[in-house]
Design a protein around this ligand. Structure first.
Ligand SMILES: *[C@@H]1O[C@H](CO)[C@@H](O)[C@H](O)[C@H]1NC(C)=O
Ligand SMILES: *[C@@H]1O[C@H](CO)[C@@H](O)[C@H](O)[C@H]1NC(C)=O
Length: 411
C-alpha cells in the first residue's frame, strides 16, 4: 500500500516534471513561468495528437481550445466604441475612439491581423482586444481587426483573400470618410501568421496601379515569411523552444495548404521543394541575407529539390503554392520591394521565425525601404500576446510599449 503510493507519487512527479521542465536558456526572464505556460501548450498538443490518432477530433480542432480560453465579447467602454460587422462579407471588429464633442480631425488607422498559424486565433481573444484598445487610446487611431477565416477548414488562399478584401474595402475614400480616417496615415500590422498576411497584402497593394489610397506603414511582429527553407539557423537553434517548436510551425505551414500528412512529413524533412522552386531559393539564402552574428554554428546548405513521381502531382501543386508570394512574401525580386511602405519588424532570438524576419529586414533595406528592426535578445515567439494574467510576461509589456511608440512616431 505504502509502496504503491510512493510509486504513484514518483510517477506523477516525474510525469509533471517531464512536462514542465524544459531546457530554456538562462537569459530568458521569468523562465519558470514560461516553462509552466509552455507545459500547457505541450500538453494540449499531445492531447491533440492523441485525439487525431483516435479519430475523435483533428489536431487543430483540439488546439483551437487556446483561442476559446481567451475569448471575450468585445464591448464598448468609456473611451472606445466597438462595433462588430462585415466588410465585403468578411467579419471584422472595429475599434474607434469615442467622439469628443465637435472633433472633426482625421485619425490614423491600423488594420490588425491576429496570429495563430492561419489555423488558430481570433480578433476576439483578450490580448488582441486589449492591444486594439491601447492603440485606440494611445494613438487616437481607428483599429480594424480582421476575423479572416481559418485553415484547415479554409486552406490558402482563403485567409489571405479575406484580408485582402477587407483592406480593399476599407481603403476606399468613401469608407474612410465614414470613420474619419486620414487616407495618408493607415498602417497594416500583424503578429506571426498575421505578420505574414500583412506583408503579403502590402506587396499586393503597391503592385496595383489603380490603388489610390496607399498604406503608410507596415508593422510586422515576428512574421512568418517563407516556406522554402525550414532549416534556417533559427529553425535549428530554436526547434524545441517554447510556444512555437519547429514541429508546430511546420504543422501550421502544411495545414495552411493541405491536410495531407505526406506533405507535413516532407516539410519536416525539408524535402518539400520541387525543381521549379530552385530558382527561388536565392531569395531565402540565409548565408547571403543573415548578418554573420546570426549564423551561429550553422553552415549553409541549400534545401533539397525533389522531382516527384507522377502519383505525386498533388504535392507539386502544393510546392507551387508554397512558392506563391502571397504565402511566402520573401520570394519576390527586389523590384517588387522597393516601393513598399516603411516597415517595423520585430524579431526574437528564441524563435524559429527569427531569420525570416531578419532576412526581410536585409532585403527591404537593400531595396531602399526604410526599416526599423527591433530585435529582442531574450524574446521568444508569441511574447507580445502574453499580457493577460496568469500568463503575463514583462517582455510582453516591453514589446507592446515599443511597438505602439513606433506607430506613434511613424504613422
Ligand atoms: C547561397 O549563398 C552562398 C554564398 O552567398 C552561395 O555560395 C550559394 O551558392 C547560394 N545558394 C543558393 C541556392 O542560392
Ligand atoms: C561547419 O563548417 C566548418 C568548416 O568546414 C566545420 O568545421 C564545422 O564543423 C561545420 N559545422 C557544422 C555544424 O556542421
Amino acid at each position: 500500500m505504502r509502496l504503491g503510493s510512493i510509486v504513484l507519487f514518483v510517477a506523477v512527479c516525474s510525469f509533471t516534471s517531464y512536462y514542465i521542465y524544459e531546457p530554456i536558456p538562462e537569459e530568458i526572464d521569468e523562465r519558470w513561468k514560461l516553462m509552466l505556460t509552455n507545459s500547457f501548450f505541450r500538453g494540449l498538443s499531445h492531447l491533440a495528437d492523441l485525439s487525431e490518432l483516435l479519430g475523435l477530433k483533428d489536431y487543430m480542432g483540439v488546439m483551437y481550445v487556446i483561442t476559446l480560453l481567451e475569448n471575450v465579447v468585445p464591448e464598448s467602454d468609456e473611451h472606445v466604441k466597438v462595433t462588430e460587422g462585415r466588410f465585403d462579407g468578411v467579419e471584422v471588429v472595429l475599434y474607434q475612439p469615442k467622439q469628443r464633442g465637435s472633433d472633426t480631425e482625421l485619425r490614423r488607422a491600423v488594420i490588425y491581423l491576429h496570429g495563430g498559424g492561419w489555423c488558430l486565433g481570433s480578433s476576439r481573444m483578450s490580448p488582441y482586444d486589449l492591444l486594439a484598445r491601447r492603440m485606440v487610446t494611445e494613438l487616437d487611431a481607428v483599429v480594424l481587426s480582421v476575423e479572416y477565416r481559418l485553415a484547415p477548414a479554409h486552406h490558402f488562399p482563403v485567409p489571405y483573400e479575406d484580408v485582402y478584401r477587407v483592406v480593399k474595402h476599407f481603403l476606399q475614400k468613401g469608407v474612410l470618410v465614414q470613420y474619419s480616417v486620414d487616407p495618408g496615415r493607415i498602417a497594416v500590422s500583424g503578429d506571426s501568421a498575421g505578420g505574414n498576411l500583412a506583408a503579403a497584402v502590402s506587396q499586393q497593394l503597391q503592385k496595383e496601379d489603380g490603388q489610390q489610397v496607399k498604406l503608410k506603414a507596415q508593422a510586422l511582429i515576428y512574421p512568418v515569411l517563407q516556406a522554402l527553407d525550414l532549416n534556417t539557423p533559427s529553425y535549428q537553434q530554436n526547434q524545441d523552444m517554447p510556444i512555437l517548436p519547429r514541429t508546430l510551425m511546420v504543422r501550421f505551414w502544411s495545414e495552411y495548404f493541405t491536410s495531407d500528412k505526406a506533405f507535413f512529413k516532407a516539410m519536416m524533412a525539408n524535402t518539400h521543394n520541387n525543381p521549379e522552386s530552385f530558382s527561388l531559393l536565392k531569395f531565402v539564402n540565409w548565408s547571403t541575407f543573415l548578418p554573420e552574428a546570426y549564423h551561429g554554428k550553422y553552415n549553409y546548405s541549400a534545401p533539397a529539390v525533389v522531382q516527384r513521381v507522377r502519383e505525386d502531382v498533388g504535392m507539386d501543386g502544393l510546392s507551387r503554392s508554397l512558392a506563391d508570394p502571397r504565402a511566402s512574401p520573401l520570394l519576390v525580386p527586389d523590384t517588387d520591394l522597393h516601393s513598399l511602405p516603411k516597415a517595423y519588424i520585430l524579431t526574437c532570438e528564441y524563435d524559429v521565425l527569427r531569420d525570416d524576419g531578419i532576412m526581410y529586414v536585409t532585403r527591404l533595406r537593400a531595396a531602399g525601404v526604410e526599416v526599423t528592426h527591433e530585435h529582442y535578445d531574450t524574446g521568444f515567439h508569441g511574447g507580445l500576446m502574453f499580457t493577460v494574467w496568469p500568463t503575463d510576461f514583462l517582455i510582453a509589456r516591453r514589446m507592446v510599449d515599443n511597438y505602439i511608440k513606433w506607430l506613434k512616431e511613424n504613422l
